[in-house]
Write a protein of this length. Structure first.
Length: 74
């Protein structure tokens, strides 16, 4: 193995092409995996935004709406 050879990632077009060639059961497995991957990425982004204060204004707005009676039970 040559450690000086750079590792390249496939292009988006190569990934798309490979996906179109998947068998139905493999496509279903990929879709399930990607759904989980996307959900985890979304959760991490929300957590990061909450931890850095990016959601503070929205939280204040929601609290104000609740306190002023603009909200109703779901």
């Amino acid at each position: 193995m040559n450690l000086t050879t750079p590792i390249t990632s496939p292009t988006l077009e190569e990934i798309e092409s490979a996906i179109t060639q998947l068998a139905p059961n493999d496509l279903a497995r990929l879709a399930a995996w990607f759904d989980e991957f996307h959900t985890e990425a979304w959760d991490k982004q929300i957590e990061d935004d909450a931890n850095t204060g990016r959601l503070d204004a929205l939280l204040r707005e929601a609290e104000e709406a609740y306190q002023s009676g603009q909200c109703r039970p779901l």
